[in-house]
Design a protein around this ligand. Structure first.
Ligand code: AMP
Length: 218
């Protein structure tokens, strides 16, 4: 059975950063609903137009739209290839849909990785978060990381702050996470799938903890 991972954690916990390392290690296909939504919004598609208002406010996009996005994204992945879901599921309904879709397509989750980060650290990280754009695939960095900023500029990139990384929206996204997404942790714990990872500290340390949590000995 191919690997099937869901990555759960508050905004800013480092899901996208960790994703890169996990994809390399396990050769997975990635489905990142937030990233796909931002691309749809930038392209001005019907989905993007329907989602934009919610994303700007830090609210969840309507389940019906996201359900379709999940199904089409999973359909694009060959059945024998493992997958990693970044940013999905985000509420109980989505977790139910995921169970059905996986069963229908003969797949299964093998682990739910929970990145744990205190609220104060979430606010600090998101406030300093920037994307390096215009130099290959966009990547995320902290504005006070001088070496990363220099690397971005040297490659011809510019630093861009996400619209939803403003303080009022950060607070809203965090509230949504605690109210709607965090309850999923109990569900995956009960199913024996939960692997909790301390997400404080530099990315390399979080990555090492995540690999240890996913190792078969655990
Ligand atoms: P992210 O990049 O994962 O932080 O997602 C950014 C925004 O996209 C979120 O604040 C939501 O507005 C929206 N979004 C992403 N994934 C989902 C999802 N699974 N369900 C509903 N809304 C989502």
């Amino acid at each position: 059975m191919p690997v099937g991972l869901v990555l759960i954690g508050p905004p800013g916990a480092g899901k996208s950063t960790l994703t890169g390392a996990l994809l390399d290690r396990f050769h997975l296909a990635r489905i990142a609903t937030g990233e796909r939504l931002r691309a749809e919004i930038a392209a001005g598609s019907a989905l993007g137009r329907a989602a934009a208002r919610h994303v700007e406010r830090g609210e969840l996009v309507a389940d019906g739209l996201i359900d379709r996005l999940l199904r089409t994204s999973l359909d694009e992945i060959p059945a024998d290839t493992g997958f990693l879901l970044d940013g999905y599921p985000r509420n109980v309904h989505q977790a139910d849909v995921l169970d059905v879709v996986l069963r229908d397509t003969g797949r299964a989750l093998t682990a739910a990785l929970s990145l744990e980060l205190p609220d104060g650290e979430v606010v600090r990280r998101l406030g300093g978060r920037r994307e390096c754009r215009g130099a290959g695939a966009p990547w995320v960095l902290q504005v006070d990381d001088a070496a990363a900023v220099a690397r971005c500029r040297a490659a011809g990139g510019t630093l861009v702050q996400r619209d939803d990384d403003r303080p009022a929206v950060i607070r809203q996204r965090l509230a949504v996470y605690r109210a709607e997404t965090a309850p999923l942790l109990d569900r995956y714990r009960a199913a024996g799938l939960l692997r909790a990872v301390d997400a404080t500290g530099p990315p390399a340390e979080v990555e090492a903890r995540a690999f240890a949590a996913l190792s078969p000995a655990q």
